[in-house]
Write a protein that binds this ligand. Structure first.
Ligand SMILES: *[C@@H]1O[C@H](CO)[C@@H](O)[C@H](O)[C@H]1NC(C)=O
Ligand SMILES: *[C@@H]1O[C@H](CO)[C@@H](O)[C@H](O)[C@H]1NC(C)=O
Ligand SMILES: *[C@@H]1O[C@H](CO)[C@@H](O)[C@H](O)[C@H]1NC(C)=O
Length: 296
């Protein structure tokens, strides 16, 4: 009896790591954390930016979100990381005017991390050339043989013609990069696209038409049908009480012949990220999507 448990229990504990996982779930969040220096931009968010950022970091850990990609993680970055406990995180590229504000916090290890600057920016509206925005690439390993290419982007803001042109160029640049670097791979694109389906000249559908991806919001909330360009903006409150409205923060995905990927739930998660008094922590409502994967 004694020897049985001594021999068998250690063997049993080896099983999960020796048999490779064939399916799993994870959730993914894109969140513009409004980390421009308060003196430049208070983002219209009440409260102290350092205290708000600390709370965002604590909530990232408390909710244990699998993969988080943030934008505008500039001058409060140290506070964010001091309060978050995700085991795998990107090193900051700096505050304004040096960094891109793009970072990733993950429960899963990643490789091949790259930061890419936009070829085009516009200063006419929103001072987009003030700091080198762009996108990031990484290959996230969810299990043995299950890697997904994850992109994080922050496109040009503003509504002048120059901004619209720059923003479309930004999304096209990411799309081209996916075509070149993610051949046959599963892909996730997160980000503050500053784009709306309703706005003429914006091209949020490029990841669908050029890269075979789905927008999780279109798929799960709108039955796959995009709002018409040129129609009224479907503006959201922050936090949004429903998912029928459109934000510029989006998540696109595709599976591959090796890994099936399916979005299962789409949420605007702003009500999970509030100050103690109920005020918002950012002027953006984070987007949270649950995914399931299956090894083919
Ligand atoms: C957090 O999530 C990861 C998967 O993303 C899981 O492996 C881990 O057990 C979770 N930790 C807690 C404390 O729930
Ligand atoms: C992509 O998949 C196709 C079809 O399975 C295959 O012919 C091609 O070699 C693959 N390309 C790469 C770069 O893996
Ligand atoms: C969804 O919420 C927005 C405000 O964020 C509101 O304007 C809209 O009417 C709501 N839609 C539905 C269907 O309840």
């Amino acid at each position: 009896m004694h020897s049985f448990s001594i021999i068998l229990l250690p063997l049993l504990s080896l099983l999960p790591s020796t048999i490779s996982q064939t399916s799993g779930t994870f959730n993914a969040m894109t969140f513009n954390v409004a980390g421009l220096p308060a003196i430049l931009n208070d983002n219209g968010v009440p409260g102290d930016k350092t205290a708000n950022t600390a709370r965002i970091g604590q909530l990232f850990t408390q909710y244990n979100i699998s993969l988080i990609q943030v934008q505008e993680d500039f001058n409060y970055h140290a506070t964010l990381y001091a309060n978050d406990k995700h085991p795998y995180r990107t090193a900051t590229s700096g505050g304004v005017p040096f960094g891109s504000g793009l970072n990733t916090l993950s429960n899963y290890e990643f490789t091949d991390f790259a930061r890419v600057k936009w070829n085009t920016c516009s200063n006419i509206d929103s001072a987009d050339c003030l700091t080198p925005k762009g996108f990031t690439f990484m290959r996230v390993k969810f299990a043995e043989g299950v890697s997904i290419d994850a992109y994080n982007l922050h496109a040009d803001a503003g509504t002048t013609a120059a901004d619209t042109t720059a923003r479309a160029s930004n999304l096209r640049q990411v799309s081209d990069y996916i075509t070149a670097h993610s051949i046959n791979n599963s892909v996730l694109v997160f980000g503050d696209s500053n784009s709306r389906y309703t706005r003429t000249g914006d091209i949020p559908s490029i990841f669908s038409t050029a890269n075979g991806m789905k927008d999780a919001w279109l798929e799960l909330v709108r039955g796959g049908v995009a709002p018409q360009a040129g129609t009224d903006a479907l503006l959201c409150d922050n936090p949004s009480p429903n998912t029928t409205c459109e934000t510029v923060d989006k998540m696109w995905y595709r599976g591959s012949s090796a890994v099936e990927l399916q979005a299962q739930k789409f949420q605007y998660a702003g009500n999970m990220f509030l100050q103690e008094n109920g005020d918002v922590l950012s002027d953006h409502d984070p987007v949270l999507v649950d995914f399931a994967w299956t090894k083919v």
